[in-house]
Design a protein around this ligand. Structure first.
Ligand SMILES: Cc1cc2nc3c(=O)[nH]c(=O)nc-3n(C[C@H](O)[C@H](O)[C@H](O)COP(=O)(O)OP(=O)(O)OC[C@H]3O[C@@H](n4cnc5c(N)ncnc54)[C@H](O)[C@@H]3O)c2cc1C
Length: 278
């Protein structure tokens, strides 16, 4: 039987979606489409030949909150998450508010942000710092994966063939200090220059948990420097601050980042943040 080319599917259920995907293995999931059609200034847009619209999959639009977790479906729009207010960890809310513009936030989905194929978009940094987990589905079953394993350092996302990102789960834990920083891109208006987030938990003046994650083309997180500061008392000793910065410098020097400027900006952010904390 001849299969027609250029199909747009609007499945109402996941079995329908996977059935279409198995017939068209190169079909592309379509969330809000803001990334898929990005940068096309013409009156007609060019789309991938086969599209799987996720819009009619009800369960991907759900938001659930329990005492310990916030669960968000892949098709929930960026502005819907922002509008949840204080339910959302502050560092995530700030990051989402910094994405593009309110117009784009009305259309773009969290799933599309996390599933960008060649870059790590802004939401990846807070998701990793907050220990979020992602639910991935295929026709055969469901698995959960940590945000950090899914987005890894660089390279492709940890998808299996024809696997869909369906929802995410964020632990609702108390952080005493959280900072979000968006870096300017050298290509104004076109790209995000990356996002850094810094989270700290303190108990009885002792630093119990510290996380600093950067996402752009690559995820940067130095667990050595985090382990070094965990357990230290506030205010921090100057020599500990210096050593923490040295650990970051060593970590960054081993990583191929495009342009020294970004490394310098990142180190500057880390230094300012740690000095403020101490
Ligand atoms: C003007 C402009 C400015 C922007 N600025 C920023 C910015 O500052 N920061 C930022 O992070 N992003 C930015 N973006 C990029 C983009 O808008 C966001 O990343 C957005 O969240 C993508 O969501 P979407 O639903 O539109 O994704 P889509 O375009 O629908 O999809 C993006 C990718 O994810 C895949 N995908 C989507 N959903 C799923 C799923 N559930 N499972 C598996 N794969 C899936 C698609 O196949 C595609 O490869 C900008 C875009 C524009 C147009």
């Amino acid at each position: 039987m001849d299969v027609p080319h250029s199909q747009v599917f609007f499945p109402n259920t996941l079995p329908e979606l996977f059935s279409a995907w198995s017939r068209y293995p190169n079909a592309v999931p379509f969330g809000g489409g803001t990334e898929i059609i990005r940068g096309q200034g013409k009156t007609t847009v060019t789309l991938p030949p086969n599209i799987l619209s996720l819009d009619k999959l009800d369960e991907l639009h759900h938001i659930t909150r329990t005492e310990r977790y916030l669960e968000i479906g892949a098709m929930v729009k960026i502005n819907e998450i922002i509008n949840l207010g204080k339910t959302v960890p502050e560092v995530l809310r700030q990051t989402l508010k910094g994405i593009a513009s309110p117009q784009v936030q009305n259309i773009a989905t969290i799933g599309g942000n996390i599933c960008h194929t060649s870059r790590r978009m802004d939401a990846s940094a807070p998701m990793i710092a907050l220990d979020a987990r992602y639910e991935l589905r295929t026709a055969q079953g469901v698995r959960w994966i940590s945000a950090s394993r899914f987005s890894a350092l660089s390279g492709p996302l940890a998808f299996n063939p024809q696997e869909l990102f369906t929802r995410l789960r964020i632990p609702l834990e108390q952080w005493n200090y959280s900072i979000y920083k968006k870096f300017e891109s050298p290509y104004i208006g076109l790209e995000s220059g990356g996002v850094a987030v810094f989270l700290v938990r303190v108990q009885k003046n002792i630093l119990t948990d510290i996380r600093m994650v950067f996402s752009e083309k690559i995820i940067l997180r130095d667990k050595n420097s985090e382990a070094f500061l965990a357990g230290k008392r506030l205010p921090l000793d100057r020599k500990d601050v210096v050593h923490y910065l040295e650990l970051w410098k060593t970590y960054l020097s081993a990583i191929a980042l495009k342009g020294e400027l970004l490394k310098a900006k990142l180190l500057n952010f880390i230094e300012t943040t740690i000095i403020e904390l101490s």
